[in-house]
Design a protein around this ligand. Structure first.
Ligand SMILES: *Cc1c(COP(=O)(O)O)cnc(C)c1O
Length: 390
């Protein structure tokens, strides 16, 4: 068995006659057959081969194979975006009348799917509070089919106990789906704890350089088969170019995420001692409420630091306006450090009550810590904090 870093680099496509060292890019919509029999057998799935890039393409297959090795998954399918991975997974596995139990603190668009769109097909969701994993069993109904969670959560970086989630899903025969985007496959592998499927927005740390959108679902082969059949007919496939970019990015995922985590930890430690900051949430700070769980299931603390500023919404907005180097952007997991104010942007569509329950207070600022020199990151943030006038 080779290691994570090695698999990320050495998962090689079959070489062409040119004996290329780096995997080439296959920009082609379809593939040719030798004869009528070859075509028949290919469509009958008697052979594994590429037919049409909406189904599979060498570049998307390479990307999926790498993620499967990293997540210790049996199979997967790659999507144009993280949200198409989330939606297609639900659409493939659920029937009208099914029920989902999900942690309340999920990515904004996932929350909208649960509350605004899936109900159109008579699929309802019951939310449990992120810090009340023990209450999940009260939410389970006879028609519950999926248990869904993110950890660390966005944007408050709360940690859910994957081992407990795995045990509950097993006991009640639910499909456990974990959005592992914030942790990346390098820091945490939910399948080890009993997850049936793992979803990633590859747009974030998997690309890591703010260039392309992508998504992937990996896990149990029988479930992936359903997701594949739905997707090859409905058409959310990842483009070969984006797959090629993402596969190259995976080669450096481990070193990038190591450095992101090192910078994030140093920034979190600095902010914890700053007088303008009310609280700091970073999973590997001993002050984090779920520090012990984070240590148990994550390799490092992740790349996001969230802070509560003294002075609420006004302080939050001043802080963003005072930043000189850090970007104000909707993305995260980029080489560039990015600051956002969730209450007025990504989570503005949530009701006040939902925001309170998911820990999105008015003064919460989410910092996606980049790969600039840590001294420069800290000095930009320090000067922005110093200029806040209350
Ligand atoms: C960004 C994100 C998504 C959606 O991914 P897109 O690639 O933007 O569609 C889903 N889940 C989490 C946790 C995310 O951060």
């Amino acid at each position: 068995m080779t290691h994570f870093e090695t698999d990320a680099i050495r998962t090689q496509l079959e070489r062409s006659q040119f004996k290329e060292h780096s995997n080439p890019l296959y920009v082609t919509s379809s593939f040719v057959f030798d004869d009528a029999e070859d075509m028949r057998a290919s469509f009958a799935e008697e052979k594994q081969r590429n037919i049409y890039s909406r189904f599979t393409n060498p570049n998307t297959s390479e990307f999926v194979e790498k993620i499967c090795k990293m997540e210790k998954a049996k199979a997967g399918y790659a999507f144009a975006t993280g949200m198409s991975a989330v939606f297609s997974t639900f659409a493939a596995l659920l029937n009208s009348g099914d029920h989902i139990v999900s942690c309340r603190s999920v990515f904004g668009s996932t929350h909208s799917l649960f509350t605004k769109f899936l109900p159109k097909w008579n699929i309802e969701t019951t939310f449990f509070k992120t810090d009340e994993v023990d209450s999940i069993e009260n939410c389970i109904q006879e028609n519950t089919k999926i248990l869904y969670a993110e950890t660390p959560t966005n944007p408050a970086v709360a940690i859910l106990d994957l081992e407990k989630l795995g045990a509950i899903a097993k006991k009640h025969n639910l499909i456990l789906i974990i959005d592992n985007c914030f942790a990346t496959p390098y820091l945490q592998q939910p399948i080890e704890f009993g997850a049936d499927l793992v979803i990633h927005s590859a747009t974030k740390l998997i690309d890591g350089q703010g260039r392309v959108l992508g998504g992937v679902t990996v896990g149990r082969a029988d479930l992936i088969r359903e997701i594949y059949l739905f997707s090859r007919n409905s058409g959310p496939a990842l483009s070969p170019f984006n797959a090629w970019v993402l596969s190259k990015s995976l080669e450096t995922l481990a070193v990038r995420v190591d450095k992101h985590c090192e910078n994030a930890f140093q920034l979190a430690a600095f902010l914890e001692n700053h007088s303008a900051v009310q609280s700091v949430w970073y999973p590997f700070l001993p002050s984090h409420p779920q520090y012990e769980i984070a240590k148990k299931q994550m390799k490092k603390g992740g790349t996001i630091v969230s802070i509560e500023l003294k002075g609420g919404i006004d302080a939050g907005r001043q802080f963003l306006n005072n930043l000189k180097m850090c970007s104000l952007s909707a993305n995260l997991g980029d080489t560039r450090t990015i600051a956002t104010h969730p209450a007025s942007t990504t989570h503005s569509k949530l009701s006040e009550e939902d925001r309170q329950e998911t820990g999105i207070t008015d003064g919460l600022v989410r910092i996606s810590v980049g790969l600039e020199h840590i001294t420069d990151i800290i000095s930009d943030i320090e000067q922005a904090l110093q200029k806040i006038k209350l």
